[in-house]
Design a protein around this ligand. Structure first.
Ligand SMILES: [Zn+2]
Length: 455
């Protein structure tokens, strides 16, 4: 393989450059001619389609997909700006007030997959920081706060399942602090993952919007008791930055490493031959194997004649395909096959008749190993600190999450941001303070919170 095709930067040595090189060379995305924008290439887009497919399946029993226009009349934007801040909620909620009349119309649940544009002035980072990106935004309206609370948690847990079971990335879940919550929300819940450079990445959010927007957009309904009331709303979203997280968490010095459940291709078959006679026989067998696997797995046969097997090994390793099957003249004779795992690069010789079960077994093992490895990394990088000095040191060294018993005041949060350089990533749902004082101000601790440097 030529130098240009392979990854030239080590992940450990220059994480940021390594990241960009993997994305460009694995052909996930490219820079667009418009500053701050990206082109998502077929392989990257196929991963996004997988995410869409999985998440759609999770929500479609209750949620309907829609599409609202990108262009919003200034009149509607201004309406919200006076009260909260201009976001994409504006156009949808104008229509919620038209669609909802009585308790019979509730709950209302819609979702859209679309692009979003934000004025980003910092330097472009493919999938992580771009002016335009793709996302999914769910919006719901309910008759009570309790129902909205349940909705918020349900979507948060579905995101957790998507990210942990499919993307094999462990997350911490919790509530956002006052300083970090969505400005228009009653409260925000979040999923946070830890990247190999010790920085946290917000993987998704689910908000209880309370009645804030309902009051601005006049979304009222007749209750069963014939009273007029404002609805309770939620919104929740994930973006293409999940692809960035996949690259960072699992990738290595050879390129991408994809968990089988999210990889657009799970198994790639590489035929090996040295003359025309071998080529005919090997290709025939390779096609037969592809047919066998096709029913249960996403499989690709790389029969491009213009490239050598060695080139193809590197090519698919760079793209992170979880399993490779090598088949050559010797395998034909012995009725064997060689399977190579992308995560460990280990090669396993198997008998042809155990193909299906071995492939299944190995793919499951790759999926599980990737998750376990990432989980161990996360668990080893959550620190409880004794004082602000240690807090600051761990944050400066980008060691991971610092967990403290905290007073949860906005004042304290600002101080931590300025003096320690960390933001509150989340307040734990189930961990409660055990009587310690707030590290920063000495007042009574009310919550257990996780701080980190974040993307
Ligand atoms: Zn405090």
């Amino acid at each position: 393989m030529s130098e240009e095709l392979g990854i030239t930067v080590k992940k450990e040595e220059n994480f940021s450059e390594w990241y960009t090189e993997v994305i460009l060379k694995a052909e996930l995305a490219d820079y667009a001619p418009t500053k701050g924008c990206m082109i998502i290439k077929p392989f990257g887009y196929a991963i996004w389609e997988k995410i869409q497919e999985i998440f759609n399946k999770m929500i479609k029993d209750e949620v309907k997909n829609v599409y609202f226009p990108l262009l919003i009349p200034e009149r509607i934007l201004k309406k919200e700006a006076e009260h909260i801040r201009p976001t994409s909620e504006t156009i949808m909620y104008e229509y919620f007030s038209k669609w909802i009349d009585s308790w019979r119309d509730l709950p209302l649940r819609i979702n859209q997959w679309c692009n979003i544009v934000r004025w980003e002035t910092k330097s472009t980072k493919l999938f992580l920081r771009t002016r335009e990106f793709l996302w999914q935004e769910g919006h719901t309206a309910h008759s009570t706060k309790e129902e909205a609370d349940k909705e918020v948690m349900k979507r948060l847990l579905q995101y957790k399942e998507l990210i942990e079971k499919y993307l094999a990335i462990p997350v911490l879940i919790g509530k956002k602090s006052e300083g970090e919550k969505f400005a228009g929300a009653l409260y925000t819940t979040t999923l946070e993952a830890l990247m190999p450079d010790g920085r946290a990445l917000q993987m998704g959010t689910s908000h209880n919007l309370g009645q804030n927007f309902a009051k601005v957009f006049d979304i009222q309904f007749w209750t069963k008791e014939h009273k007029r009331e404002y609805v309770w709303q939620t919104s929740w979203g994930i973006t293409t930055r999940l692809i960035g997280a996949l690259v960072m968490v699992h990738g290595d010095d050879k390129g991408l490493v994809l968990p089988p459940k999210i990889s657009p291709i799970q198994v790639v078959i590489i035929p090996i031959y040295y003359n025309e006679n071998e080529k005919r026989k090997v290709l025939e067998k390779a096609k037969e194997i592809k047919e066998k696997l096709k029913e249960k797995f996403e499989v690709e046969l790389d029969d491009r004649d213009q490239y050598t097997p060695g080139f193809k090994f590197n090519y698919w390793e760079l793209k992170g395909i979880p399993l490779r099957i090598e088949i050559g003249p010797k395998d034909l004779k012995e009725k064997t096959l060689v399977l190579a795992r992308r995560d460990t690069l280990e090669k396993i010789k198997i008998k042809e008749n155990e193909l299906i079960e071995k492939v299944k077994e190995l793919l499951e093992d790759v999926q599980e190993s990737l998750f376990k490895k990432a989980k161990k990394f996360l668990e080893e990088r959550i620190f409880e600190v004794k004082d602000c000095e240690e807090f600051k040191k761990r944050i400066e060294n980008r060691e991971g999450f610092v967990k403290i018993e905290w007073c949860s005041s906005l004042e304290c949060e600002e101080k931590i941001k300025e003096e320690i350089g960390a933001t509150c990533r989340l307040i734990s749902f189930d961990e409660k303070p055990k009587g310690k004082k707030c590290l920063v101000c000495g007042k009574e601790a009310k919550v257990v919170a996780y701080f980190a440097k974040a993307y």
